[in-house]
Design a protein around this ligand. Sequence first.
Ligand code: FAD
Length: 458
Amino acid sequence: MSEGSSGPTLVWLRDDLRLADNPALHAAVERGGPIVVAFLLDDESPGFRPLGGASHWWLHQSLSALAADLDDHGNRLILRRGPAATEIPRLVADTGATAVTWTRRYGKAAREVDAALKSALTDDGVEAHSFQGSLLFEPWKIQTGSGTPFKVFTPFYRACLEQPEPRHPYPKPHTVEAPDAFPASDDLDDWALLPTKPDWAGGLRDRWEPGEASAHRTLEQFVHGDLADYGDRDFPAHDTTSHLSPHLRFGEISPFQVWHRLRGDLPESARKQAASFLREVVWREFNHTVLFANPDLATANYRPEFDGFPWAKPQASELEAWQQGRTGIPLVDAGMRELWQTGVMHNRVRMVVASFLIKNLLIDWRIGERWFWDTLVDADEANNPGNWQWVAGSGADAAPYFRVFNPVLQADKFDKQREYIRQWVPEIDTDDYPEPIVDLKESRRHALDAYADMRSKA
Ligand code: FAD
């Protein structure tokens, strides 16, 4: 990037709502001169999946934290609504920017918008630069020996470890030089991202503090606390995972920061678990790499033989019982209520509730994926469909369809004392708790018949 050129740099933030280790911002600071930092809300461009309600709530809080941080750095966050193809050139015109920088995204529609914008800006004599900041390993760099994308996680993971060590994080700039005049900005409240009537976000407010500072506190608490017990991560009541997923999703912390923190100076007790934790972080890389090669991951079976799967016509009563945590299956209900109240669900329980919907109720995984998309604060365009397809058996390196989780045995194994279940389903031992909406044994048999039916037609 040219240094010392005249004219401001426009830093366009997207899924990287942070000041530290933000390569787009770092490049602007290195270039010198004033910086305009902008975020666009684009809910019009074709191919973009509108965010769900819980994600909107998170986005509002995260933008608000970022705006305050930028104020402290002598700058301001500019908000605009509309498609990037028109809003970025408009911002360039409004500010006289001579360069635009951003951190890369991996969904197809986003890539197309970015590529078209880059060439339009360049044609207009404006520098446009994109940077790697949201993934440790660029999807096109991790390939099999024959140059195709990996379909299986373990060799993908090995190939990542054989790459050069991911770069060290960039420091947080001390100041972000302001332009002489700021361009017009929307008011965040006018975007109406927060629920009002009804305001269902009380549980989210109690549970989370979005923003960059909170993301780093969460990482430090984890490193000095639960990381040592990460081996118990399958037990929902122990709750020993990092809780970083929404912070990573919105880029309040980068995978580079997480990676190097875990490869750096750790408490003695935590060292053994660091590699298992980073392996999970690489699952995030894997899913994004799968999305990169399969842009329709949220709507199309990765394995096309599943196109012929005989899904049941979803019964509204069954679907609602699942969504509201009233199926009469305690572990499923506990998970679904945790999700509704907090915007997340423990990973083991996510697998159990997904399996119950897909296999015991024979409901198409896409319907469950959409509910998660709307209710998760960490809803992610790669991780959510990737994991739903993993459970369904239709995905990359997926669990075989015939492996049906038994939610009662799962509870016996992973919530033996029923602590997790009692936390979310306090009426469990009373007459108020419903009877199971399906017979687990019989529905399992139907699922296996349906799978055999699909296979016979494939
Ligand atoms: P930790 O165990 O502390 O893991 C650290 C980080 O590694 C996570 O923050 C996440 O970024 C990554 N990670 C961990 N497990 C996985 C995984 N299985 N796949 C991909 N990345 C992983 N995760 C999301 O981030 N967004 C989603 O929309 C999402 N939807 C899911 C849907 C289903 C049906 C299932 C079974 C899992 C889903 N997951 C999703 C994966 C996983 O449940 C969450 O990442 C995890 O529970 C987040 O908690 P944590 O940050 O404490 O995890």
